[in-house]
Design a protein around this ligand. Structure first.
Ligand code: NAD
Length: 389
C-alpha cells in the first residue's frame, strides 16, 4: 500500500538538526513524521528529549539505522561524518538527505555516491538557497540562453560575517581535524553550488585562502578564487567571514546581456543584438537594451527542501538538489584549497588523492582545539542560513 508519510530520523541534533526537528515535529513538512533522533552528545540528547519526549533518541547513528524506525534520515553532524553515516544509511536501505557540504574530500564524497547508486535510494542535499526566487529566476534566464554565451561571473559574497564566539561554540569548528576547512567548506558551499548550478563547472581553479586572517582559527576565513571555463569564460569568487558590513553581489555577463543580483533584486539587462555580432557593425549602429527587474520574497529554504524530499520519496517529484550535485561545489573548494597550498592553478578534473594527502598534512599539523568553553544549544531558526543580501 502506498504510504502517505515517511518516518524520518535525524542524526545530529545541534543547531541545524534541531531546526529541522522543530519544523517536522511542528507539522510544517507535509508527508514527513519525526520518528527518531540521534546525537553523540549527552548534553544535546538531554536538551532535545525535553522538547520531544515521545520521540526515540539514540546515542549513535548505527543504533538509529538498525532500529527500523526510519524510512529516511537527515544527516546534520559535522561535515566529516556526512559520507560515513550516509554510506551506512544506504546500506541499511534508507533514503538520505545530507546537510551541506556533501563531505570534506571529493574522495570520500565519491565513495558515498557510489553507495547511494548501489542502494537505489533517494539521495538529496540541503542546498536550501536553490529555492530562493532570485536564484531560480537566474537559472531560468541562463538556461534559456537569454544571456547568450557566458563571458564572466563575479560573486562578491562577504556577508557571511561570524564573530569569534561562533568559532568557539563547538570543538569541531574551524579546525582541520574537526571541520576540514573554513568559510569555503562551511558557509560558501551554498554560493559555490549556485555558481556551478548557473554557470557549470570551470576547467581550472586558482585561489588564495587566508587562514586565521580575522579570527583565532587555523582554517581560512577569507578566500579569493579565480576560475576559467572551457568556453573562455572567467569567474571570480570572493568570500569572507571577517568583513562587516559585507556584500552579496552576483553578476553574470554574456554575449546577449547580463544579470546582477544584489540587495534582494535581480536586474536582467538584455541586448537587442548579440555583442559578438554588434562588434562587427558600423560605428553608428545602436544596440537597444531592455531591463527587467525581479524582487525577492521571503522564503524558508530548509522547509522547501524538506518538503521536496518528502514529495520525492512519496510521489516521485524531482529533487531540487540531488545529493550527487554536492560533488560540484566540493570539487571547486577542494581545488581552491590545493591551489592555495601549493601556489598553482589546478586543472579539473583534479587529483582527488593529491588533495586528500595534502589535507592529511594539514590535519597532522593541526593544534587540537581546547574544549569549547561556550558550547551552547541554540534552537532558534536562524534566518542567516538563508540568503542574505
Ligand atoms: N543548510 C544550512 O543552511 C546549514 C546551516 C547550518 C549548518 N549546516 C550544516 O549542518 C552540519 C551541522 O552544523 P551545526 O551548525 O548544526 O553543528 P552543531 O555542532 O551545532 O551540531 C552538530 C551535532 O552533531 C552531533 N554529532 C557529532 N558527531 C555525531 C555523530 N557521529 N553522530 C551523531 N551526532 C553527532 C553533535 O553532538 C552536535 O549536536 C554541518 O555540516 C553544517 O555545514 C547547514
Amino acid at each position: 500500500m502506498k504510504k502517505d508519510f515517511i518516518n524520518i530520523g535525524i542524526i545530529g541534533v545541534g543547531n541545524i538538526g534541531s531546526a529541522h526537528a522543530a519544523s517536522i515535529y511542528g507539522g510544517k513538512i507535509e508527508g514527513m513524521k519525526l520518528a527518531s533522533l540521534c546525537d553523540t552528545s549527552a548534553k544535546r540528547r538531554a536538551a532535545i528529549q525535553t522538547l520531544y519526549p515521545d520521540i526515540p533518541m539514540f546515542e549513535d547513528a548505527d543504533a538509529l539505522l538498525a532500529s527500523g524506525l526510519a524510512d529516511a534520515v537527515i544527516i546534520a553532524t559535522p561535515h566529516y561524518f556526512h559520507p560515513i553515516i550516509a554510506k551506512k544509511a544506504f546500506a541499511a536501505g534508507l533514503h538520505v538527505l545530507t546537510e551541506k557540504p556533501v563531505g570534506v574530500t571529493c574522495k570520500d564524497a565519491k565513495d558515498m555516491m557510489e553507495a547511494a547508486k548501489q542502494s537505489g535510494k533517494l539521495f538529496a542535499i540541503m542546498f536550501n538557497q536553490r529555492t530562493n526566487k532570485l536564484f531560480r529566476a537566474a537559472k531560468e534566464i541562463v538556461s534559456s540562453g537569454a544571456l547568450g554565451e557566458l563571458k564572466r561571473c563575479v560573486w562578491l559574497i562577504t556577508n557571511w560575517y561570524r564573530k569569534q564566539c561562533y568559532y568557539d561554540s563547538g570543538g569541531w569548528r574551524a579546525t582541520w581535524n574537526g571541520e576540514g576547512g573554513g568559510v569555503l567548506l562551511n558557509q560558501a558551499p551554498h554560493n559555490l553550488d549556485i555558481l556551478q548550478w548557473l554557470c557549470g563547472m570551470p576547467s581550472s581553479v586558482y585561489a588564495r585562502c587566508d587562514e586565521g586572517k580575522y579570527h583565532h582559527i587555523e582554517v581560512e576565513d577569507d578566500a579569493t578564487i579565480m576560475m576559467r571555463y572551457p568556453n573562455g569564460m572567467t569567474a571570480v569568487f570572493i568570500t569572507s567571514t571577517g568583513e562587516f558590513p559585507g556584500t552579496n553581489r552576483l553578476e553574470i555577463s554574456g554575449t546577449k546581456g547580463k544579470l546582477v543580483i544584489e540587495n534582494g533584486k535581480l536586474t536582467h539587462t538584455s541586448l537587442a543584438i548579440d555583442e559578438r555580432d554588434f562588434r562587427l557593425m558600423e560605428e553608428s549602429a545602436v544596440n537597444e537594451i531592455s531591463i527587467t527587474e525581479i524582487s525577492d520574497e521571503k522564503y524558508n529554504g530548509h522547509i522547501n527542501i524538506l518538503c521536496n524530499f518528502a514529495r520525492a520519496i512519496l510521489n516521485g517529484e524531482p529533487l531540487v538538489a540531488p545529493g550527487y550535485d554536492g560533488i560540484f561545489e566540493l570539487t571547486i573548494s577542494n581545488a581552491a584549497y590545493l591551489s592555495s597550498w601549493i601556489g598553482e592553478e589546478i586543472s579539473l578534473p583534479m587529483d582527488d588523492e593529491a588533495f586528500a594527502t595534502a589535507l592529511e598534512i594539514k590535519k597532522k599539523r593541526s593544534e587540537t582545539k581546547a574544549k569549547s568553553v561556550r558550547e551552547s544549544i541554540q534552537f532558534a531558526y536562524k534566518d542567516r542560513w538563508n540568503t542574505n543580501w
